[in-house]
Design a protein around this ligand. Structure first.
Ligand SMILES: Cc1cc2nc3c(=O)[nH]c(=O)nc-3n(C[C@H](O)[C@H](O)[C@H](O)COP(=O)(O)O)c2cc1C
Length: 357
């Protein structure tokens, strides 16, 4: 039987995982000796397509939990609960995502040593193509059923991809619901970041302090709308595209299916790739825009303005072609490389007790 103390240690490790916009969309309970993992409504990304990014975050948290279990001499088995798409009315802790059963007799995986060091690094990276031996190490980390990793290293490919990223990302600043979501997760003062313990702390975004004042201004939709006319959204997006060029490789984790269990598997593989990159001393940043919008425009077309939907249609074929995606489903992209330094700041977490029900 899993003791309360060991349960808490496993949850503390899971809670160090990355999550979309640092929303920490997970909650853990100990029920009949097994761990229940839930997706709380209050920590979902409002515009996420079918909770795809939440499932990826839960996958990353589960991978941390499994690694910690191994380090504690335990072995953990995960069963992902298929979703009906109905949510879970009446369950305060949120929709049931997975059950984890834990038994004695695990093996320690050295990746567990990277749980604290892993961090999102938004600095520019060296743009020399990543050494093939390092790419191979990342490929080995990505092995999971139905999950693939495609890596682009040549500068020419990364430049092409950077243009697609820039062509996609301006939409987040150009449509009011997406803009509102983005500005709801920015923590523009240190006090707000510390009090909330979630969201995107300005310090982790590599922005100078006066950027807070500017973001306060463009956080108001009328101001953003006006400044978009003189290129604000395109300027933001150009920065994301440049990041792909300023890297040693760009990667895409994709899945053979698009059910919640596929995205949980992608999240687990993504986390192993990231922890491996950390062990290799490489900087790493997830890039969510393209996989999110190219999936969303297929499944929830009416959530876009018609001109944005039509524009996204033109990106589908080049995106699939550049990654040789075939029939696969894009889950999450990233860039990786030798960083010019550690991030200026790290994203915070809510207290561990807040994610225990
Ligand atoms: C599904 C998913 C999508 C993400 N998308 C982005 C992104 O587009 N850009 C970015 O800079 N970080 C992205 N992140 C990183 C999160 O913002 C980051 O994990 C979170 O703020 C916690 O910070 P940490 O990774 O340093 O612990 C993403 C993370 C996940 C799990």
């Amino acid at each position: 039987m899993l003791s309360r103390e060991r349960f808490r240690a496993l949850v503390a490790a899971a809670h160090k995982a990355p999550s979309p916009d640092n929303l920490q969309g997970w909650a853990f309970g100990l029920r009949d000796g097994a761990i229940e993992v839930r997706l709380p409504d209050a920590h979902r990304l409002p515009t996420d397509v079918g909770d795809m990014f939440s499932w990826i975050g839960i996958g990353a948290a589960l991978e941390n939990l499994m690694l910690q279990a191994g380090a504690e001499g335990l072995t953990a088995a995960v069963e992902v609960v298929p979703t009906s798409g109905q949510g879970s009315a009446g369950e305060a802790a949120g929709q049931l995502a997975a059950r984890v059963t834990v038994a004695e007799g695990g093996v320690r995986d050295p990746l567990v040593d990277q749980l604290d060091a892993r961090v999102t690094n938004r600095k520019p990276f060296d743009s020399e193509p990543l050494d093939p031996s390092l790419c191979q190490r990342l490929q080995t980390a990505a092995v999971a059923p139905g999950v693939s990793l495609q890596l682009l290293t040549s500068k020419q490919e990364r430049t092409r991809l950077g243009a697609l990223v820039a062509d996609n990302d301006w939409i987040r600043m150009s449509h009011q619901p997406f803009h509102a979501e983005l500005f709801s997760v920015f923590r523009l003062s240190r006090t707000e970041a510390v009090t909330r313990g979630d969201g995107l702390d300005l310090a982790s975004l590599e922005l100078p302090v006066p950027a807070g004042l500017f973001l306060r201004l463009v956080g108001k939709w009328p101001a953003a709308k006006m400044l978009n006319r003189i290129g604000l959204a395109k300027g933001f997006a150009k920065g994301s595209g440049n990041g792909v060029v300023a890297s040693g490789a760009a990667g895409l984790v994709s899945t053979s299916g698009d059910a919640n269990r596929d995205y949980v598997a992608a999240g687990r593989a993504f986390q192993r790739i990231w922890l491996t990159a950390t062990a290799l001393g490489l900087g790493f940043q997830p890039l969510g825009g393209l996989s999110q919008y190219l999936t969303k425009v297929r499944k929830e077309r009416s959530t876009f303005l018609p001109e944005h939907a039509a524009h996204l249609d033109t990106l589908q074929a080049p995106f699939r072609e550049i990654f040789g995606l075939g029939n696969g489903h894009p889950a999450l992209m990233f860039r990786v490389g030798r960083a010019s330094g550690l991030p200026l700041g790290r994203s915070l977490r809510r207290p561990v007790d807040d994610v225990i029900f």
